[in-house]
Design a protein around this ligand. Structure first.
Ligand SMILES: *Cc1c(COP(=O)(O)O)cnc(C)c1O
Length: 225
């Protein structure tokens, strides 16, 4: 696979925004840097990339600490164990993978006072795979209203990682459901603006359906080992 520079990727995003009738700059590129070295991250930071996504906590904290001087924005996109919430609340700006109230409550109570509220997306299980994280569409509204009440969290929207699909039409289906779910929560009165969806394999479908954050690793860094 061809590896794209940040500029090339942003140009492509701007083209897709136009093609699918999305407002200009409504899509943010989150560079998924799990398993990548600090040197690889700095290479993208030198090209102007600010937002990075990490899945593995210890590895992430080491990188966040050694890149502190670069003022990057860190998004936690991995599974959350309840004994790790304090570290997540301390080191990250965003968390995309909330699917239980208990975890959200812990993050809210553990968020340090000198930091802004932690920005949150609720992870939705759009593929019905039992092994995958995420709340069901049926339970989403109840969780969203409960999380929105937590003082040190700022609920921003929804995230999903669907089962891989290889045709555009098939890829768009779960993303379309996500867009409807976000619209429905907004109609119920929640102030939400974020849909975190789309990876190297399906970011075009996600942009077509309203993604505001796409999470891309392989297309920026090459295949993971
Ligand atoms: C690894 C990962 C990505 C990026 O996947 P690529 O195929 O490398 O673009 C996006 N989202 C989540 C939740 C991930 O774990």
């Amino acid at each position: 696979m061809e590896i794209k520079s940040i500029k090339q990727f942003l140009d492509e995003i701007r083209n897709l925004e136009t093609q699918y009738g999305r407002p200009e700059k409504s899509v943010t590129l989150l560079a998924v840097s799990k398993t990548r070295s600090t040197a690889e991250i700095e290479k993208l930071a030198d090209q102007g990339q600010i937002c990075f996504g990490e899945n593995y906590l210890q590895e992430a904290i080491d990188k966040i600490q050694s890149l502190r001087h670069r003022n990057l924005e860190w998004h936690y996109i991995g599974r959350i164990q309840s004994n790790k919430t304090r570290q997540i609340a301390t080191h990250f700006d965003w968390v995309h993978t909330i699917d239980r109230l208990k975890i959200a409550q812990r993050l809210s109570s553990q968020r340090p006072d000198d930091l802004d509220a932690l920005k949150i997306c609720l992870q939705v299980n759009t593929s019905g795979e039992a092994t995958k994280g995420g709340v069901s569409f049926e339970s989403l509204s109840e969780l969203a209203f409960a999380v929105a009440e937590l003082p040190r969290l700022e609920l921003r929207g929804l995230m999903t990682l669907p089962a891989p699909a290889y045709e555009m039409e098939q890829q768009r289906r779960p993303f379309h459901e996500m867009r409807k779910a976000l619209d429905s929560l907004r109609q119920q009165g929640l102030d939400l603006d974020t849909l975190s969806m789309g990876t190297t394999n399906d970011y075009e479908a996600a942009i077509a359906e309203g993604a505001t954050i796409i999470r891309v690793g392989t297309a920026l860094f090459g295949p993971r080992k």
